[in-house]
Write a protein that binds this ligand. Sequence first.
Ligand code: ZN
Length: 175
Amino acid sequence: MPRFEIDVDPCDHITADAIGQPGQRVFYIQAFQDQRTVSVIIEKTQLESLAIGVEKFLSQVSKQNPALPEASGDYMEEGMRIHPPLDPLFRVGEIGLGYDRDRDLVVVFVKELLSEEADPETAASIRFWCSREQIRKMARWGAEIVTRGRPTCPQCGQPMDPKGHFCAKKNGHKH
Ligand SMILES: [Zn+2]
């Protein structure tokens, strides 16, 4: 049995954000429904793939349903920041996307990342039900925050820490 399964149906709002210093940022998905918030931790690379995946998924949905109005991805940054309380329910292992044609809602399915010893049957999961517009905004904003991390080293193309880094192109000298 899964530890728990939650449906946030529908999300009043859903977003992703990063907290912390560049290079040590922790990434979250956070959904709001009535008075409650539901948060999970994701990896930066997962958010990156999700942002790309959502765009592909939405264009596929549009192709299959040509009568649907185009979903806007325009967002206001103030509205996309996450808010306390941040009590992430788990760290995300798998992410999936689905579409409910009758309700015109996209579902983002996230499953808990478990340690190797844990029984995979116990993994908790959450389904975030959101409009195409909500998820497109989250994807666009998510893609933006992924790129806002550490600056890239002009010598080697690797991300640099604020204190500089040991550059492979400069034989490990800090610069
Ligand atoms: Zn470098």
